[in-house]
Design a binder for this molecule. Structure first.
Ligand SMILES: [Zn+2]
Length: 150
């Protein structure tokens, strides 16, 4: 106790001391990430808890940072008080193509504001990566859910 472990749901990567009361991004409570109009939903609190095991953060390629930001809505005032010492989180996801084959990709599920801040400041943005098994654990909803797994 009292160490640097990020506990689920208690240590959002936002410095609450400097956060204005009216910042909608600085709420407490459970945090999830949805993409593609809700087709996918990820449990960000669980993901933060999983990656708090001390795994090594990697600097995300600048093109990947830009790509991740194309898909996110950035609330500018929130950038002032997000904490770049917390890495973002990358998860694997799977999607059926038109022929029904399951394709595979990766997505940033946590840290979009930190990514935007790092880009603005021209500093590296660090991420930690979930394994495929961990990614499945934090996936609350995805298109293949409901399809019988072989
Ligand atoms: Zn904020």
């Amino acid at each position: 106790m009292g160490d640097m472990v990020v506990e689920s749901g208690t240590a959002a990567p936002c410095d609450e001391q400097s956060a204005p009361d009216d910042c909608p991004q600085c709420g407490t409570g459970p945090e999830t990430y949805t993409m593609l109009r809700g087709m996918y939903k990820f449990d960000v609190d669980l993901a933060r808890s999983i990656v708090s095991d001390g795994r090594e953060p990697l600097a995300l390629d600048i093109e990947d940072v830009k790509y991740a930001l194309e898909w996110s809505v950035i609330h500018e005032p929130h950038l002032d008080h997000v904490d770049l010492t917390y890495p973002g989180i990358i998860a694997h996801y799977w999607y059926p193509d038109t022929s029904g084959e399951l394709l595979h990709g990766t997505v940033l599920i946590d840290g979009h504001h930190r990514a935007a801040k790092a880009l603005q400041r021209n500093v590296p943005f660090y991420v930690v990566v979930l394994t495929e098994a961990e990614s499945k654990k934090v996936t609350l909803r995805s298109p293949e859910v409901g399809v019988a797994m072989e």
